[in-house]
Design a protein around this ligand. Structure first.
Ligand code: FAD
Length: 473
């Protein structure tokens, strides 16, 4: 069966991969000249990589780990020490660690919290544990129901000390969703926390050993094309062309090299586009359909990724760091964490600026100046003395609409991969799957879309949605 897919982010790529495994022929078309969407990366004039986002992988990413295993590239993940490291705003330059011992979950996480005495008092820890209990005991159903509340509302309802919010959850919320606890749905951080509490290595972090475009996306393309699939760059979808019964007749694709348009036809069609683009390209007759109407409630969140190259080593920490600064979210010295970016003499800091709504329209000079001010607090030793660290160069990548904004009530807006249109499917980390707006969520959504296509065509296509069986993931 021939399946046309638009969007070569991780969702579209994973969908194509699992379709070839099922014996189908995916034709994947991407608008840009680079693979990966939100994980895309480029080389600058000096041969240095810069990326759309600082990306880390977690032990609790079963579908991503399985995919990389199936591609034979799981050795490209560089696993770090099992620890979470936070800056302490009140003690510039001092780090606080939550070291997770190698014992079964959830005792490993609980031990790491109990052992850390820098950030929380015993009373705060106790009230935190008691507050979290229903999320742990009553499981994912309870966590899903909490989508009506913001994280901050939920923490207050549960009597958790405000200090836990300011010390832990602002950092976690910014890192996971690029927004603050008063804006984020309680479901999102609680889902992540539950995964970490259930899996021994769930919160263990890995970095890819090079750029995601070359080291993760290209191997998927090679796998797909070696098995008869096709992947084309610079082929934006212009229009979803419909049959009289509102099923898809074809994808109208523009070929940017030849300046021509072509109606690409197939047995099934997949949008792996960002939700904001899908909303714009939504055919008029579909707009009244409940599932598509609800997608109007989803919108990408702005975020900025900053790269700074220095004339010296700023830190020897080989791990992700939670800055706990108002401007920044997480950061890492990529010259330590990533083999291909390694440099024993000079640092390349990659930093995520979030929330970015007040910064996305500002000039690069303003963003850089504010970031450097923050760095004086994060690395006082390198800026205070007579020989301060020199910034050699910088790159700033702005993404005005990235993953869906995970505010309260969004769960009800996230569509299933199978749609009411018989030959049309959705993939993308914004679609409904249990791993939020993440690389794991994107891969899982692509796999679920491939399974939904396979299942629907096994049962024969009709113009109404056939019932979906639950699939194991
Ligand atoms: C700064 C940042 C940091 C992040 N950090 C992490 C992290 O540490 N861990 C983690 O798990 N996740 C992280 N994420 C989230 C993760 O990157 C995304 O959830 C995931 O990559 C989304 O994949 P996707 O395929 O669903 O969407 P996208 O990557 O958005 O893919 C959509 C694709 O569609 C293409 N497209 C758009 N319009 C058209 C058109 N008209 N025709 C054809 N193609 C089109 C786009 O170019 C793109 O390639 C981060 C994201 C950002 C921005």
């Amino acid at each position: 069966m021939r399946v046309a897919i638009v969007g070569a982010g991780l969702a579209g790529l994973a969908c194509a991969k699992y379709l070839v495994d099922m014996g189908h022929t995916p034709i994947l078309m991407e608008s840009r000249d680079v693979l990966g969407g939100l994980v895309a990366a480029w080389k600058d004039e000096d041969g240095d990589w810069y990326e759309t986002g600082l990306h880390v992988f977690f032990g609790a990413y079963p579908n991503m780990l399985q995919l990389m295993g199936e591609l034979g590239i799981d050795d490209r993940l560089q696993w770090k020490e099992h620890t979470l490291i936070f800056n302490q705003p009140e003690k510039p330059g001092v780090l606080s660690r939550f070291d997770v011992p190698d014992i079964p979950a959830p005792i490993n996480i609980i031990t790491s919290i109990l052992r850390n005495n820098d950030m929380l008092t015993w009373e705060q820890k106790l009230r935190f544990a008691v507050g979290l209990l229903p999320a742990i005991v009553r499981g994912q159903k309870y966590v899903e129901d909490m989508d009506q509340y913001s994280l901050l509302e939920w923490l207050r309802m549960r009597g958790v000390d405000e200090r836990v919010n300011s010390d832990i959850f602002i950092a976690a919320s910014k890192a996971l969703t690029f927004i603050n606890p008063e804006e984020v749905s309680a479901t999102v951080p609680l889902t992540a926390l539950n995964r970490f509490l259930q899996e021994r290595y769930g919160s263990k972090i890995a970095f890819l050993d090079g750029s995601p475009t070359e080291r993760l996306c290209q191997p998927i393309v090679d796998y797909v094309t070696e098995r008869g699939g096709e992947v084309h760059l610079k082929r934006p979808l212009k229009q979803i062309v419909l049959n009289p019964d509102s099923t898809v007749k074809g994808f109208l694709i523009r070929d940017l090299d030849r300046g021509e348009e072509e109606l690409v036809t197939a047995d099934a069609y997949v949008s792996a586009l960002p939700v904001d683009v899908m909303k714009v390209l939504m055919p008029e007759p579909w707009k009244g359909i409940d599932v598509f109407q609800k997608m109007e409630g989803l919108e990408g969140v702005p975020v900025i990724n900053i790269h700074l190259w220095f004339d010296r080593k700023m830190t020897d920490v080989d791990q992700l760091l939670f800055s706990r600064s108002p401007l920044l979210s997480v950061y890492a010295d990529m010259s330590n964490t990533c083999a291909e970016y390694a440099n024993p003499d000079r640092s390349m800091l990659e930093l995520v600026l979030a929330p970015a709504k007040d910064w996305i329209d500002k000039s690069e000079a303003e963003i850089l100046a504010a970031t450097m001010e923050e760095l004086h607090r994060l690395f006082p030793n390198h800026f205070g003395g007579e020989d301060p660290a020199q910034l050699l160069k910088s790159k700033i990548v702005k993404t005005p609409r990235s993953v869906y904004t995970a505010s309260p009530g969004r769960q009800a807006c996230r569509p299933d991969q199978a749609t009411p249109i018989a030959n049309f499917f959705l993939a993308g980390s914004y679609t409904m799957q249990r791993y939020l707006g993440s690389m794991e969520g994107a891969v899982l959504s692509g796999k679920l879309a491939a399974q939904a296509i396979n299942q629907r065509y096994e049962h024969g296509v009709s113009s109404t949605t056939p019932p979906r069986e639950p699939v194991a993931v």
